[in-house]
Design a protein. Structure first.
Length: 484
């Protein structure tokens, strides 16, 4: 699978299928995808399913569904890490043979005892490399006797450093790194070996991931060198925090991408929001389409400091995208929600498509989520509406006065021959003038009569969208309600 084209960047997203696709993982996938799409590279997907006890098919499906919803398409087939066990074992064997790894026969119980002794001395526990000092014939005797062993990597002396694409130079003294296990006694690989083996095989040229992986990187660089492979470039992205400055977790609300899909968010808005968690396109630019994000993306814009996940900002961003996305793209995302809310059937919406598209265009301007659009759409479909108590208390405070105003409003509207915004506005403003009141004193009681709410699109656009018959019917219902 290794690429022959040295100039083509190859990046990967490598989630573990032990849970849903969370916000941090989606952001990592997005940055890898943006880089690959910007620079004509390949974006590969690897499912790291070596932890058989915790990996589930349901989690794998959720990862696929989350990425497909976001539109983060991957190149080539999906790589399943668990299928590469033979290569992982062969690479561990190569390291044994070239002298960069050794067998360790220390049992878990012995290591626990030494760890407790170190704690009692108030020292940090370190593996002392004792099995590396065993004579060769003793090692062979133990292997022949069937003694279980792990394979440990022999950490060289010196310093391991790299020029990180985000953090610039990072260096680790090798004396601070224990000889680490790369293969368990049951023959399964430890994370660092599996990742390096797979990245070499996949021809990965850039490893872009969260900066919680920084401590793994010196071990992985040492493994690359011991296996005689060229190093990829590393980019460690800032962590995502909640508004309280702590690492994002379930206590901050939803962290699974799938939840936001069900909250009525657009995938383009989610991607736009995620892109700004650790990257700046420059200037004060915030709202971007996907093609604009690809065009503007650069490593220079990646930030070192932690990003803050602000749900209100996400909602605002979604409102911006609702307003700018082509209606033809918005309609298939809203229609299932309209049908689920039992406002109309799909067949009814197809039959009245022009009217329906006009309604969506009217409602999206004041909406932040698809759920907002559905909530606002109710009065245009339902036979009867409920009046929001707060709207009634504010705008129908005096029932007799409100009833009088609505009777006069009905007469004025019924007399308008051409049911269009301009003549409707002229009629209602004339009514206000004749009564010596502001236009708002006419509009607000009418708004509650038409929708049951205090917030809606402009009153005249709303009257046109509802049509003469439904509008007058709503006013009649309000008058009779006020007369009770």
């Amino acid at each position: 699978m290794t690429s022959n084209d040295a100039t083509k960047p190859r990046l990967r997203f490598a989630p573990s299928p032990t849970g849903y696709l969370h916000v941090g993982g989606a952001r990592t996938a997005l940055f890898n995808w943006l880089y690959a799409r910007k620079f004509g590279g390949e974006f590969l997907l690897r499912i790291e399913d070596t932890d058989k006890a915790r990996s589930t098919d349901e989690s794998t499906r959720a990862i696929f569904e989350g990425m497909e919803w976001l539109g983060l398409d991957w190149d080539n087939g999906v790589v399943y890490q668990g299928a590469n066990l033979a290569r992982h074992q062969a690479d561990a064997q190569r390291l044994l043979e070239n002298g960069t790894a050794y067998r360790c026969f220390c049992t878990a119980a012995e290591l626990d005892e030494r760890r407790r002794e170190a704690e009692a001395r108030k020292e940090a526990f370190r593996y002392d490399g004792r099995c590396d000092r065993l004579p060769r014939d003793e090692v062979e005797r133990r292997v022949a006797a069937g003694m279980p062993f792990v394979i440990r990597f022999r950490v060289p002396e010196g310093t391991t450093e790299w020029n990180d694409m985000v953090h610039d130079r990072i260096a680790f003294p090798n004396k601070d790194i224990d000889d680490f296990v790369i293969l368990r006694s049951d023959g399964t690989p430890i994370y660092n070996l599996a990742v390096v083996s797979d990245d070499i095989d996949m021809g990965i040229t850039i490893v872009m991931r969260g900066d919680d992986h920084i401590s793994n990187t010196p071990k992985q660089i040492q493994l690359y060198r011991a296996l005689g492979a060229s190093l990829p470039r590393f980019a460690h992205l800032p962590m995502i925090h909640g508004l309280d400055g702590k690492k994002l977790s379930k206590r901050h609300g939803a962290t699974a991408v799938g939840d936001y899909q069900h909250y009525g968010l657009l995938p383009g808005a989610m991607l736009n929001f995620l892109a700004l968690l650790g990257w700046s396109p420059g200037g004060d630019r915030e709202v971007m389409t996907i093609p604009e994000m690809i065009e503007l993306f650069s490593v220079d814009g990646l930030q070192k400091k932690a990003a803050v996940f602000d749900p209100k900002k996400l909602e605002w961003m979604n409102g911006q995208h609702l307003s700018m996305v082509p209606l033809e793209e918005l309609e298939p995302r809203v229609t299932p929600a309209i049908v689920t809310a039992r406002l109309a059937t799909e067949a009814e919406l197809i039959e009245r498509r022009q009217w329906y598209m006009s309604l969506l265009d009217l409602l999206r301007v004041r909406s932040r989520t698809i759920d907002d659009i559905v909530r606002q759409a109710g009065p245009y479909f339902l036979e009867n509406i409920e009046y929001d108590p707060a709207a009634v208390a504010k705008n129908w405070k005096d029932p007799a006065e409100a009833k009088s105003m609505l009777l006069a409003t009905r007469d004025a509207l019924a007399a308008v021959p051409d049911w269009k915004p301009e003549p409707l506005e002229a009629s209602l403003r004339s009514l206000a003038e004749a009564r010596g009141i502001t236009a708002g004193k006419v509009f607000q009681p009418l708004r509650v009569a038409l929708t049951g709410m205090t917030v809606s699109p402009g009153i005249f656009e709303m009257l046109v969208q509802m049509g003469r018959d439904l509008s007058l019917k709503r006013i009649d219902k309000a008058i009779s309600t006020l007369a009770e």
